[in-house]
Design a protein around this ligand. Structure first.
Ligand SMILES: [Zn+2]
Length: 427
């Protein structure tokens, strides 16, 4: 193993401070990919009445398992505490809604779903996806642990089971006569604290000839595109096809297809079936993706070492830009209040002295403050009132949508800025 300062390999003495092993294979976690310092829970909000109170910060260290290569963070807070009252509502992004509608059309066609099928979505959020199946009169059921978010879907007429998903919930669903012809897990796999219990539950609730589709940010892309801000306490794992093939195989299932999709800065959609489902041969796309991941270095510690260096460089460059703007008397505000923004701002130590405020379309966030940095969140109209020189786009995955929506800031000479994959002023 090569010596390096960026990739600190913990000594056996340090290991004794943390006995938790890999979330999938249980092997000791010896390799730190990147250390983002201390971070609060990134998908929470700070409210005005909390401003005079202390806030809890947790170590945000990413590990890679040297045995199965699963990239993961330790959990400091249980899923129940994080997800019972969750501030993330999918329906506030039009890009996301379009993506969901297109997926529903595609998969209905591909699997010939009809009124006799059952679609189950894990982490169904506010019903942004299942409403498309309701419109097609295909029976569906959402499983969603956050009662406040689930209620929005229920109010739209979407059946939702308010619970955490795992083996126990899966057995109860089967006992109620529910097995999924299509089981959807979009962007939920990262949030699962007990990966084996979750995937074990999928095996149980999947109909004999059913299909699971799962979308997740492409780890290869996360590393290449420097998307370190997608790392936060609430995201326990960062997935690749290479590792997920092992995970599903362990539970008697197999990946038979994979597609590249543009969401979240480059995601993968995998298709999974029971091991003994002979009607679903493995496509060349799976073989190709696995090869790309190995060639791309996902099973090589040096790849993670280079990533750690880029993360630091990003922090330095963003701070240089913000400080220079301040010294020139320019005003910088943010756009968006996503979890990823909180990772970046807290890692970089950016507060109101460098970014006056941010704005968000979600009314639940307006009037509150970004967790940790305590930068105030206003309605988007505030940008028109103060006419800032720069708008730093925090959800860079939606940059095209936001640049289009706010094109009029150019009327007063305003410019857009993104920090990832590297600092760029969009002219
Ligand atoms: Zn492992």
């Amino acid at each position: 193993m090569q010596d390096s300062t960026a990739l600190r390999l913990k000594t056996s003495g340090e290991m004794s401070t943390d006995q938790r092993g890999c979330r999938f294979c249980g092997e000791p976690l010896e390799h730190i990919v990147v250390d983002l310092g201390l971070s609060p829970l990134c998908e929470t909000l700070t409210h005005r009445d909390q401003l005079n109170k202390p806030e809890v910060f947790y170590p945000l260290r990413v590990y890679v398992c040297g045995h199965c290569w699963l990239v993961q963070v330790h959990e400091h807070v249980g899923g129940e505490e994080i997800f019972s009252d969750y501030a993330y509502f999918s329906s506030y992004s039009s890009t996301w809604l379009d993506h969901a509608a297109k997926y529903a059309d595609m998969i209905t066609d591909r699997l010939s779903l009809d009124a006799g099928s059952l679609v189950i979505e894990l982490a169904s959020n506010d019903g942004y996806l299942l409403k498309n199946f309701v419109a097609k009169q295909i029976p569906c059921l959402g499983i969603e642990p956050a009662a406040n978010v689930a209620q929005v879907a229920i109010d739209m007429g979407i059946p939702v089971d308010v619970s955490f998903f795992g083996v126990e919930t899966a057995k109860r669903l089967v006992s109620e006569g529910k097995r999924a012809d299509l089981l959807i897990g979009n962007n939920c796999l990262a949030h699962v604290p007990d990966l084996n219990d979750f995937v074990g539950g999928m095996k149980i609730v999947l109909a004999d000839d059913g299909v699971i589709t799962i979308e997740f940010p492409n780890l290869l892309n996360t590393l290449r595109e420097n998307q370190f801000d997608t790392i936060y306490q609430e995201h326990y794992c960062y997935h690749s096809v290479f590792t997920l093939e092992k995970v599903f195989a362990h539970h008697g299932m197999r990946l038979f297809d994979v597609e590249h999709i543009p969401t979240h800065g480059g995601s993968l959609r995998i298709y999974v079936a029971h091991d003994d489902d002979a009607n679903k041969p493995v496509t060349a796309a799976v073989v190709e993706q696995r090869r790309q991941e190995i060639d791309g270095g996902l099973t090589d510690l040096a790849t993670f070492q280079a990533f750690a260096q880029r993360v630091k460089e990003t922090k330095w460059r963003l701070l240089e830009f913000l400080i220079a703007a301040r010294r020139e008397g320019k005003q910088v505000v943010g756009y968006g209040a996503p979890g990823k923004g909180n990772t970046m701002l807290n890692y970089c130590g950016i507060r109101e002295d460098l970014i006056d405020f941010t704005v968000d379309r979600n009314p639940i966030k307006q009037g509150a403050y970004l967790v940790g940095s305590r930068i105030p969140i206003h309605a988007p109209e505030m940008i028109d009132q103060v006419k800032p020189d720069y708008v730093l786009i925090l959800p860079w995955n939606l940059r095209d949508e936001i640049v289009h929506q706010l094109a009029h800031i150019r009327d007063w000479g305003g410019q857009f800025v993104v920090a990832i994959p590297e600092l760029e002023i969009i002219r």
